[in-house]
Design a protein around this ligand. Sequence first.
Ligand code: C5P
Length: 409
Amino acid sequence: MGSLVNKRILLGVTGGIAAYKSADLVRRLRDAGAEVRVVMTASATEFITPLTLQAVSGHPVYRHLLDTDAEAGMGHIELARWADAVLVAPASANFLARLAQGRADDLLSTVCLATEAPVAVAPAMNQQMWNNPATQSNLTAIRKNAVRIFGPAEGSQACGEVGPGRMLEPVELVTLTSELFATGELDGLTVLVTAGPTWEAIDPVRGLTNRSSGKMGYAVAEAAAEAGAKVILISGPTALADPARVRTIRVTSAQEMHDTVHQHVAEANIFIGVAAVADYRPARAAERKLKKTETKLTLELERTPDILASVAALRPAPFTVGFAAETENLEQHARTKLENKKLDLVAANRVGADLGFAADENSLLLVEHEGVTELPVQPKAKLARALIRHVAARVRAKNAASVHVLRRS
Ligand code: C5P
C-alpha cells in the first residue's frame, strides 16, 4: 500500500451498493497517512449514513451545495482548494455522466469542477450499465479532461450478474491514489535537504537554538521523494517523525550538519538548505553545567560555517537552493543572498508572530537570477510540492542546455 502522509484526500461517495465499502476506504486512506474529508451525494445517503462516514473520517460529512452553515465553515471553493486529490468512490453511472457534462448541480460535482487537484473516479455499476455506449462515451470525455479512472474490476456483482463494474477494493484504491502524487519529475536524481534548527551547546544542559519546527524541510524532502528522487534529509533536532522513503540523518550542531552534508553532497544533483542553522555558537562549550555565581555572564560567540555557501562553492556544485526567512524587504534580502552565496534559487518567506516557523501554512517568493515567482499561501506540504515542481523544471532545463553545449563542442 502506498504512502499518503500529509495528503488531504477529499472522498466523494455517490449512490451505489459499493458505498458500503466507503467506510473501510476512509479507514485505509487514513492508515496510509491521509487526512480525509467526505462529500456525499443525496443518493449515497440511501446506502450508507453520513454518521458512519463522519465517525470514520473524524470530520463532519459535507452534503449540500446551498447550505449557509456549510458555506460559512468550509464552502465548496474551500473544499476544492483544501484537497490535494479528489477520489470519487464509488462513482455511479449517473455521476460519470454529470462529470462528463461539467455539471455543477450538487456539492460533489461542483467541487470536481472547482478543484485544481487531480480527480480520480472508481466506477461501480451493473456490467450492462458499464458496457453501455453512453457510459463508455462519458468515460472517454472525462478521461480527456484528465480525470483518472480506477478500475472497475470484473467479477460477480451485487445484482447477481458477472462482468466488469465492480468497484476496486479499498487497498487497491489507496495504492492508486498514492500514485497520483508520484510525478516522476525527479526520477534518477539525488536530492540533499537540510531541515530544522541546530543546537549549539553552552554547557551539557543548555544551548542556543531557534523556533524552526522542521515542517517545511520535511515537506520538501517528502515532495522530492514523491517526485521520484533519492532523498537524504539531514535534520537538526525536531519533534517530527522520519519521513517515509527518505534517508534521514539526525544531527545536533551546525558543525555536525556541515560535516554530514559534505559527506553526502558529492552524490547530490540538488541541494536544498531549509534548515535554520545557527549563525553563531559559543566559542567554548563548558564541560560541566555552568553555576550561577556572577551577576552578569558574558558568552563569547563565534561564527558557524555557512553550509549553503560552502555547497554552492563546490565545483561541480549541485543545483543549490537556499531559504530566506525575513521580516521585511523580502525580495531585496533574498536577491542579496542569491548573489552573495552564489545560489541558483532563494525561496523567501515572511516570518512574524503567526507566520513561518511553527505554522502549517506559508507562502514563498522564489527569487532567481532571471526573475521572481510567487507561490501563494497554502499548506506547507502543497507549497513544498510546488517548489519541487519549479526546481525540477529548472534542473531539467539546465541539463538539457548542458547536453546541447556538449553536442556542439
Ligand atoms: O544567511 P542566512 O542565514 O539568512 O541564509 C539562510 C539560508 O542559508 C538557509 O537556506 C540556511 O539553511 C542556510 N544557512 C546555512 N548555514 C549557515 C547559515 C545559513 O546553510 N550557517
